[in-house]
Design a protein around this ligand. Sequence first.
Ligand SMILES: Nc1ncnc2c1ncn2[C@@H]1O[C@H](COP(=O)(O)OP(=O)(O)OP(=O)(O)O)[C@@H](O)[C@H]1O
Length: 313
Amino acid sequence: MAPLKPPPPRLLLNGVSCMRNAQAVLRDINVSVHDGTALVLTGANGSGKSTFLRMLAGFSRPSAGEVLWNGHDITSPGVFQQYKLQLNWMSLKDAVKEKLTVLENVQWFELLEGKHGKSAPAIELMGLGRLMNEKARMLSMGQRKRLQLARLLAIDRPIWLLDEPSVALDAEGVKLLEYIIAEHRKKGGIVFVATHLPIEIEDAMSLRLPQRFPRRKTLVDLASDVLGEVACFVDFMNTSDLCAGCNKGALNAPLISPQGPLEVLSDPMLEVAGPLFKTRPNLEDASVEYVRNGSRSKIIFILQTIRSSPDLR
Ligand SMILES: Nc1ncnc2c1ncn2[C@@H]1O[C@H](COP(=O)(O)OP(=O)(O)OP(=O)(O)O)[C@@H](O)[C@H]1O
């Protein structure tokens, strides 16, 4: 008899990289996640734990590699519509509605799911039973956290993305958190936890993200720093586009962010940009090459605005 094939992973991160603010935060991550798995993400501040969760939630797209859910790329529109219904996201921003009661705060989310009846038991389990009908503005930080956890239970989706779930919880709260994670996994649920604090999760996989040091500034950063809100960089493919952009007044436009992930390939100005601004006032433009959505392109940064800044003369 042929040996049984292991089931395919529910989620597969295949050589995934992710950029934020034109900076590579995650690089070449490979993880297979099966039903019932917990993955604990650790790493220094800024190492990319939240970015990892955001990418799984579909808020950031991978700049390389792919995230497959049941073998399908989560960034495909048809797949994402289905995939996002699997997710339960808990972040440091708690989205607690202060004017609603504790019960209403959970029921509201449950109703959006088309479910009912789970809110009160979830609130009881999280130790907030006697506060059920209090306005949420009365809650302490730890109680708000418990309320968020009650929402997880009431909504009851299979993939939990938990960003610092134990922050503000007391020892009993942490035990409850550990308990509900264990119970969720027993039902085949998947849990991703980004944390600095120890949380006991049996047989959890762990991924420690390397510390990221801020890269040297690119030309675009430099100009943005100097110009603040009025900084503009314009994405033009050739000189005629550049001229057309100038005529449309693009130079005074607010910061125009390139659409989609952007990987800076070269920055010929990097070393000399600072002195260059000061010593070459007639410089017309400078360019940064990048790849966006698989195609190579170029940002031409127009320095005319900078020349008008007295600080740089
Ligand atoms: N809104 C944002 N826009 C651009 N870059 C960001 C944004 N938020 C975070 N970053 C950058 O992304 C990188 C990773 O940040 P992230 O929040 O994922 O780290 P983290 O490991 O969760 O950190 P912490 O332990 O402090 O919560 C950092 O270099 C940070 O500066």
